[in-house]
Design a binder for this molecule. Sequence first.
Ligand SMILES: Cc1cc2nc3c(=O)[nH]c(=O)nc-3n(C[C@H](O)[C@H](O)[C@H](O)COP(=O)(O)OP(=O)(O)OC[C@H]3O[C@@H](n4cnc5c(N)ncnc54)[C@H](O)[C@@H]3O)c2cc1C
Length: 376
Amino acid sequence: MSRPDVIIAGGGVIGLMTGFALARAGVRAIVVDSGMPAATDAAAGMLAPSFEGALRKAGDDLAAFGRRSLAAWPQLAALLAERTGVDCDFAKGVLSAAFDETEAAAFEAGHEGGEVLGREAVLALEPFLSPRVVAGRYSEEDGQVDPRRVRAALLRAFQQDGGRLLRERTIVEIRTVNGRMDGVTLSDGERIGAGAVIVATGARLPALVDAASGGALRPLLPEGALFPVKGEALALARPAGGPRRVVRTKGAYLCPKSDGRIVVGATEIAGDWSLTTDDARVKALRRGAVSAFAALEAAPEIARWAGLRPATQDAAPIIGPALGADGVILALGCYRNGILLAPATADAVAGLVCDGRMDPLIAAFSAARFNPLGVS
Ligand SMILES: Cc1cc2nc3c(=O)[nH]c(=O)nc-3n(C[C@H](O)[C@H](O)[C@H](O)COP(=O)(O)OP(=O)(O)OC[C@H]3O[C@@H](n4cnc5c(N)ncnc54)[C@H](O)[C@@H]3O)c2cc1C
């Protein structure tokens, strides 16, 4: 195999989006993906920075990064459709519905975007929503995609631009020599050399091994900096009388897809590495959906699943150079919003790789914030 310029560890939405950006820029990139379940395939696909408290909580930089990434999606979805023939099911419009005065009052308190609507206006948008609704907040700019289609389209576009994929191969170690990235080792012992490696492995992490100091292993990030937050979701068959667009309620969110499914999500269980679904929790999601749209009472369940959101202590991603390992770039921890954040993340990482450009917004997402001892 000819030596790539860049190895990308992980072929979820972050790895493939970054691979596509690099391949378009003429970089010889190879994505290595283990085939372990990707959070990307579990995601509902909302692009909803106006509604995601997790983005705001993590600070202004992440909120701005989310809005920038949202702005890239319409053109990106069109480009992927044109290039690959895969329709990412991009659709605009997200409504958050309040069913009591306390929830409605929260809409009036500070928020990122969208317009607060009275009951009549909400029902005009979503005529089949429960008449118990008292108010809503609507953003025409926020929207959704189908993450599995996005992943398929990105892979195709990446390969069309000369990118290569190693499927079902796991990177167990990133090798450094005197603090400089030298290549990766796969689980079958094969070694691949490259100038840089981008770590986009979701909730899981390969280790760093320093070949110059007798093969000492060290973690890429301090213990606990990255952890899984399991999310369970289900898909219902879309009935007449269901939602027309993404509808978020306190009990569940509902994402109607053009293929006839409504994706209903999602639970949050921190630290759980299992991919099992709990019947009681899935039923609670379904109850939440039915209380918003009565027509869903009889809707057959098509599937249920779980995925591992890659989360960090402060809910902000980790994007930028790894500490003490030149040539290792991290693109991790997009938590609840990796589909939304993928275009801006890929752009920031491609800028770093191609011309050393450090996007000022990603300074706040540096791995250094998890390094109280100041190791560099
Ligand atoms: C139920 C649920 C609902 C969600 N809904 C939304 C939503 O509506 N909107 C939104 O924006 N986000 C949503 N998310 C979050 C989103 O799914 C994640 O933030 C995003 O998918 C993370 O992408 P990633 O590429 O970082 O990780 P992943 O998608 O997990 O991809 C990582 C890839 O790396 C591979 N890998 C791991 N280790 C190795 C290794 N050592 N070597 C090689 N390959 C490796 C894995 O096999 C995997 O394919 C949701 C998540 C869940 C679970």
